[in-house]
Design a binder for this molecule. Structure first.
Ligand code: M6R
Length: 366
């Protein structure tokens, strides 16, 4: 049942190239320059007229929402707000019939997310679901939606659900951008073509497994760990930290890299591993200087770099190379080594990877 893997989590990590392909199937048609998603086509006018999109979710799905915020705003120029479903439902949020709520949930059963949907519906908003479990409560409660085709996710730590959520949300952003004319035709086509390369690039990122295992052996006993990223990779840092916390019980925090100097940098000394997602694009010089700041304080740097990178490699204690892709699409790739890192550390610490203490796969109580 684990397909030859020791744990469901590892199996699910390795399924990602295939399930992302499944999520694309019938939707991403680069040769025709088309993205086709029934739930969006049928409701295109609503999306185009919306004053704003609010995205409500919990945990890892909330991290996918943060990535979506950056992508939808950049590509489709629609204002997006991301809310923890648990906060949204209890704070009299500003949402009305001109708004759209997107609810993201792997299980489709998360109590707080379900309550956020009900509230948004009461206020007249159009509610769109991004769920993995077909026929789940959230899939049924929403007006329309798009499934992630990740297949059953058994490991409590979400992996393939996260990358397929980002896949679906990126397709939505591109479809809306096409309808609004907010991306040039050439950029739109370039992103479509690049989307098609993601499964192979995820496969390539998975080949870093041995490298990641070696790093895990060095840091398995660390009591703390920081994760840093900028832009599209800031949510990836949050997700990397959550994965480590959940399954290895090591205290970890994710931050936007530039926030370091506003406090967390005080934590850095020779005992602190810092995982930096350092893609060589929009913010490269900034991320290089963030890495220098850590180095100057003797922090241990584990960098996820773009293939061929030299500057960060020179500064870092360890590097994990991932294939190059446009930064907006990079979270699906950069998150892979962070999943593997948390997995290996947890296994080395003899933790119950698939069933971590105190956690349940779906949180149906608030
Ligand atoms: O099923 P959902 O996506 O609604 O679940 C949300 C969170 O409970 C979930 O992502 C949780 O944080 C995972 N354990 C993360 O790995």
């Amino acid at each position: 049942e684990k397909g030859g893997y020791d744990h469901f989590m590892l199996k699910e990590i390795h399924e990602q190239p295939d399930v992302i392909t499944d999520t694309f199937r019938g939707r991403l048609l680069p040769e025709q320059g088309i993205i086709r998603m029934a739930g969006i086509e049928d409701n295109l006018e609503k999306f185009l007229k919306a004053d704003k999109i609010t995205i409500a979710a919990c945990g890892t799905s909330w991290h996918a929402a943060l990535v979506a915020e950056y992508i939808i705003e950049e590509f489709a120029r629609i204002p997006v707000e991301v809310e923890y479903a648990s906060e949204f439902r209890y704070r009299n949020p500003i949402i009305s019939e001109n708004d759209i709520l997107i609810a993201i949930s792997q299980s489709g059963e998360t109590a707080d997310t379900l309550a956020a949907i009900k509230l948004a519906k009461e206020r007249g908003a159009f509610v769109f679901g991004v769920c993995n479990v077909v026929g789940s409560s959230i899939a049924r409660e929403t007006h329309a939606g798009a499934y992630t085709h990740a297949g059953p996710e058994i490991g409590v730590a979400s992996t393939k659900a996260f990358t397929t959520q980002i896949t679906v949300l990126t397709l939505i952003a591109l479809r809306l951008a096409k309808a609004k004319g907010t991306l040039s035709n050439s950029d739109y086509q370039m992103y479509l073509n690049e989307m098609g390369t993601i499964p192979a690039k995820v496969e390539e990122a998975l080949k870093q497994n041995e490298e990641v295992l070696k790093i895990a052996q060095v840091y398995k006993d660390a009591p703390n760990c920081l994760y840093l990223g900028r832009g599209y990779n800031y949510p990836v840092a949050l997700e990397g930290a959550l994965k480590l916390k959940e399954i290895s019980y090591i205290h970890a925090e994710g931050y936007p890299a530039a926030e370091m100097k506003h406090g967390p940098i005080a934590l850095i000394d020779e005992h602190m591993p810092v995982v930096v997602v350092a893609q060589n694009q929009n913010h490269y010089d900034k991320i290089v200087s963030n890495v220098q700041e850590i180095k100057a304080r003797n922090g241990k740097i584990i960098a996820v770099v773009t293939k061929g990178d030299t500057q960060v490699r020179d500064l870092a204690d360890h590097v994990i190379e991932v294939p190059s892709i446009s930064e907006a699409l990079s979270p699906i790739i950069t998150t892979i080594p962070l999943q593997l890192l948390s997995y290996h550390i947890a296994v080395l610490r003899n933790c119950n990877v698939d069933q971590p203490r105190n956690l349940a796969k779906s949180v149906t109580v608030e």
